[in-house]
Design a protein around this ligand. Structure first.
Ligand code: ADP
Ligand code: ZN
Length: 729
């Protein structure tokens, strides 16, 4: 009889970056010593995949006969313990599979080793027979000054062709050596160009430096009016982090457009930080991942996914514009990067700093409850004043027919341009018109895949769905009734405002700032330069103009449709509108000349307009809090959404009804729905929503787990779980 149990094969658990329920067991081959965090190659079905040795003990569920051995350990730093805790925590919180969370951290292409790099040096004992031509002598002279050099460097330094070098190697005059790579990122110099801080800035910077030096977890909300120097202040915290030899992570909501931020970083620290976002090419991604894992990238600035980089020495996490909805990842693992940044900091025992001119009600409530520290900057830098904000009541002062700028706003723009100052018109809508209608039959162009109207993009001569990207050419005649010249645009987008502005201000040089005209960081940097150098008179922009820009010559901001974000019944519609418009308003008057802001609105009495005119967001947030408290709406209660989608309405309805029937029934817990989502059809999927609401003290995850396990989900039906939803579409 074979005694299989004579000696147990040693096992470890390995987490793979796939949506399995947990880590899998693998056999440890003789002579291989493994510890949690090691990044290993293992067999899976017929493939070789990469995984991480996990802390959980092996499950011992697979019999030894089927146990497969670990292949090898990759030559990369192990995944730090704080990162492994974080992966497990995010998975448990979002109800995602741990492997799906790990996948965000282990970008497979980031792990591939860089190809080795070779250079030339003179042979120590060149053969006496080797001939020395003048070209060859130049090569040896170049290497005498500095060796080794790469083929390209040496060919240039000695002014010879590659074939000369190859022949010299052949003749035994040169030998090839493997080069060590220079660090991918230079060390930022914490003392490169320190700003001369005002006393209020100095106090805040001092508090943040202390938080960094304490090497402990803490959360600070750094709140300051636009232009008060929040960036300068948190740069001091980064400087301290660098001095302590630790790593800092800065999350920005729109990293691809943060050209000005990068310029300021270089001015302050003398070198660029590592940058991380989804549009990075494979080589840049590999370089940034490696340097972060090795600890040589000391400052990383990134979009939300940078949270999953394997920092071994994380000493500070900054979330700039913490109130931004862009921090919420809405597909795949659904998580809020601001909230997860705090968890990341906690596992790394590092301070987190949330930065905003318009903090979220969540963060303000945490300050009031004593959970977060609060630092405030109340003055604009160098005595610049906050702009004067006024509402223009469109009922009393309407624009002309089929026009969108009221006479008062037009006059203000003229005045500003006449003084040689810059003006900005803000409208948070891309394209020409959000709806196209047939005047003859009333037909409206809708997306075939989504519950949405198609948006006319006149420059591209197309109708475009802003939800799924569907495009179709703009037809000449109505597809429904065949009438010609009967299609009319309804409502404005930035393109239409641009057209109107060109009529009113023909001499003004216009710049349109929208995601389709400014597709990436290079374009953003160019646009910013043109504005700062005064080559532009009038900026017309969508929400991308709201954030971060510092345009000293800009003194007037006109908000074309201040009511735009208020409809839709979203829990945070008013809060988000206030934040966005306050940010936009904050672009005006950042230098000496005072700024003015006009809000075109049909509801000047709305609390949002009142708060903006009074410049008092604190008061507004108090009202919001008072409105949300009684119903236990966030942040005074918890929400989780279930989004059911299926290819047919019948399947979606059936699955949603089954979920509705199995919904938890207990005191304090409310389940709303099922109901069709506002985007009832999206990319061809029929969608239904259920919303779970609990008191703050209650955890929603156990409820959700029990609820979902009680329902059999048919094939072809997807259920997405969104804990702490902020989009209700
Ligand atoms: P915020 O982030 O609060 O909007 P910024 O940090 O962008 O403010 O500062 C606004 C402008 O003022 C920037 O151009 C910044 O360089 C400048 N600034 C702020 N504080 C100082 C300072 N102490 N010394 C020099 N320039 C400063
Ligand atoms: Zn669509």
């Amino acid at each position: 009889m074979k005694s299989r149990r004579r000696k147990n094969i040693p096992r470890v658990s390995v987490l793979l970056p796939y949506p399995f329920s947990g880590p899998l067991d693998y056999a440890v081959p003789d002579g291989l010593s493994l510890k949690p965090g090691d990044i290993v190659q293992v067999p899976l079905s017929n493939r070789r995949v990469i995984g991480v040795v996990w802390d959980a003990p092996p499950l011992n569920a697979i019999p030894e006969a089927r146990l497969k051995p670990i292949g090898r350990i990759l030559e990369v730093p192990p995944l730090p313990a704080s990162m492994r805790r974080f992966v497990d925590w995010v998975a448990a919180y979002t109800l995602a599979a741990p492997g799906e969370v790990l996948a965000m951290s282990l970008k497979a292409n980031a792990l591939r080793a860089e190809p080795p790099h070779y250079g030339w040096q003179p042979a120590e004992t060149p053969p006496a027979s080797a001939r020395l031509t003048p070209a060859r002598e130049r090569v040896l002279a170049a290497l005498a000054a500095r060796a080794p050099l790469t083929t390209a460097e040496l060919a240039q330094a000695a002014d010879v062709s590659r074939s000369v070098l190859e022949a010299m190697a052949e003749a035994g005059l040169l030998v090839s050596v493997k080069l060590s790579r220079a660090p991918a990122y230079a060390l930022p110099d914490p003392n490169h160009a320190r700003a001369d801080l005002s006393s209020e800035q100095r106090d805040a910077a001092q508090a943040l430096r202390q938080a960094v030096a304490a090497r402990k977890f803490s959360v600070t909300l750094l709140e300051g009016v636009p232009g008060s120097g929040k960036t300068e202040v948190y740069f001091e915290a980064i400087a301290e982090c660098i001095r302590l030899g630790r790593q800092a992570l800065v999350l920005l909501p729109e990293i691809a457009l943060s050209a000005q931020w990068l310029e300021r970083f270089v001015a302050r620290f003398g070198t660029e930080p590592a940058v991380w976002h989804s549009e990075l090419g494979a080589a840049a991604r590999r370089r940034a991942w490696r340097a972060t894992a090795e600890g040589t990238a000391r400052v990383v600035v990134g979009a939300r996914s940078a949270l999953f980089l394997p920092f071994p020495e994380l000493g500070l996490v900054v979330v700039d514009e913490e109130h931004e909805a862009a921090f919420k990842q809405e597909d795949g693992v659904i998580y809020h990067a601001r909230d997860m940044a705090i968890v990341r900091a906690r596992f790394a025992e590092a301070p987190a700093v949330l930065v905003s001119a318009t903090p979220s009600l969540e963060s303000v409530t945490n300050v009031q409850a004593g959970r977060y520290r609060h630092l405030a900057l109340k003055e604009r830098h160098a005595g610049a004043r906050l702009p004067q904000v006024a509402a223009i009541d469109l009922r009393a002062e309407p624009p002309q027919r089929r026009r969108f700028l009221s006479p008062k706003l037009i006059a203000a723009v003229r005045e500003t341009l006449a003084k040689g100052e810059q003006a900005m018109l803000f409208l948070n809508r891309r394209g020409y018109a959000p709806l196209t209608l047939c005047r003859a039959c009333g037909y409206r162009f809708a997306c075939p895949n989504c519950t949405a109207w198609l948006v006319e993009h006149r420059m591209r001569r197309e109708l475009l769905c802003h939800h799924c990207g569907h495009t179709q050419p703009m037809p000449q005649a109505c597809p429904n009734c065949g009438a010609e010249h009967s299609l009319v645009p309804i409502g404005p987008g930035v393109e239409r405002i641009t057209e109107e502005a060109a009529e009113h201000f023909p001499e003004a040089k216009q710049l349109v700032m929208a995601s389709d005209t400014i597709p990436g960081p290079t374009a953003a940097a160019e646009a910013a330069r043109a504005v700062i150098e005064g080559k532009v008179n009038l900026i017309i922009g969508t929400q991308i103009v709201a954030k971060g820009w510092h345009f000293p010559l800009l003194t007037l901001v006109g908000v074309v449709d201040a009511d735009l974000g208020l409809s839709g019944g979203d829990l945070r519609a008013a809060e988000r509108t206030v934040q966005l418009l306050y940010q936009v308003a904050g672009r005006a008057g950042r230098a000496q000349a005072p700024g003015r802001v006009f809000l075109q609105t049909y509801a000047p009495e709305h609390p949002v307009m009142q708060a903006l005119v009074a410049g008092d967001l604190g008061q507004f947030l108090e009202c919001e809090a008072a409105a949300r408290k009684p119903g236990h709406w966030p942040p005074f209660g918890r929400l989780a959404a279930l989004i059911v989608s299926a290819k047919t309405a019948t399947e979606a309805d059936a699955a949603a009804a089954a979920l509705g029937q199995a919904a938890p029934r207990m005191a304090g817990v409310t389940v709303l729905g099922p109901a069709p989502a506002p985007l009832a059809v999206l990319r061809g999927w029929h969608r239904r929503r259920l919303l779970l609401k609990t008191p703050r003290e209650m955890m929603v995850q156990p409820l959700l787990r029990r609820w979902l396990s009680a329902v059999a989900v048919p094939r072809g039906v997807r259920i997405a779980i969104d804990v702490d939803p902020i989009s209700f579409l």
